[in-house]
Write a protein that binds this ligand. Sequence first.
Ligand code: USQ
Length: 396
Amino acid sequence: MNILILGGDGYLGWPTAMHFSSRGHDVTVVDNYFRRNACTTLDTGMLYPVPTLIERAKIWHEKTGKEIKVVIDDLSEPEVMRSLFTGNNLSYQWAINNKFSGKPETVIHYAEQPSAPYSVANYKQADFTLINNLRVTNNLIWAVRDFSPDTHIIKLGTMGVYGTPNIDIEEGWLEVEHKGRKDKFLFPRQASSLYHTTKIMDTDLEWFGVRMWGLRITDLMQGPVYGIETEESNIDDRLKTIFNYDEVFGTIVNRFIVQSIVGYPLTVYGKGGQTRGYLNIKDTLQCIEMAVKTPAEANELRIFNQIMETFSANELADLAQKVGNKLGYDVKIDHIENPRKEAEEHYYNPTYQGLQDIGVTPHYLDEQVMEKMFKIIEKHKKNIRKDVIFKGVKWA
Ligand code: USQ
């Protein structure tokens, strides 16, 4: 299959590219290097240096004989997006030969500013998040509409679109009975960052594209991801995904392990009752693979909640402390003032059966899995910078 991956340099994009390439698909990745440039600008640090996307594609080729075509460009420019469907004015920054791969049968869209703290830190970053995320999604929908309406769009959404409502969270849709009549609507959304709000707006654009033009779209409402290794990154150390542990781009599990290793008290925000749905990076790949294999129908916006289990921040801190202590670290837990505006004690009962129904087998987070992560992260201990762990980006 011809697969186009937008945002192919990111934490999930690069592992996804290798995953499909290793399974024999024709993969093209596109990225504007936003994430790495922002890491430099904001001085976030990284667990280890990561080769450029072009270098990674070359290493991948050298090790596996397979080709991942690379385009470095800005997808918020409509003409750039359109060139990926027409081949006009398209040149690969790296490819074995420059021949256009043809119209993609599947597009996996990760090309967004993914950080909640980044999006609320100041008006410039808020503006960038809104403009980038919405334009890329809109450009994609129009390119598919105009050149390849049968292409399956798989879009990475977020569980954060739902917020923490006092009712059970369904997979995307809710049947409502009102004054004796019934209809189905998108589940109520109420995000608690501007980044998460762009994901709500993305879904609205997708739903418009499905209703107006009969597109086929899968929106994956994913929770925070943890993990480093994937099957393909084990082929060569230089193929490991970008790993952030700072407050802006690092997610909680990855951060807590890094903090445990360098003796930085675990930064539980506020009371720590904030509960979210989590998944291993290996399960992100599984979910995407299953979504590719069972495409949405034409005229369908299919929504899955992409999580495998739920934890509160306190439960994650306790687990990291237990594993860390067992490995000889003196792990302390701190409850610091919550920089975010979010409920710290709340009801949380999301449904997440859909992906398992199409064949995903969950990996769960337990002591062994966490211990394995400790062992990998320990190897890079000398690179860990304590000064970037908490800077206090405030919501209000
Ligand atoms: N948290 C702490 N201490 C920390 C870091 C986080 O208590 O040091 C808490 C946060 O307050 C939050 C929860 O842990 O309640 C998760 O925070 P996070 O930073 O791991 O994840 P989040 O900001 O929600 O965003 C991440 C990804 C984003 C994705 C989202 C899925 O960066 O791209 O969309 O997870 S979800 O959270 O389900 O919306």
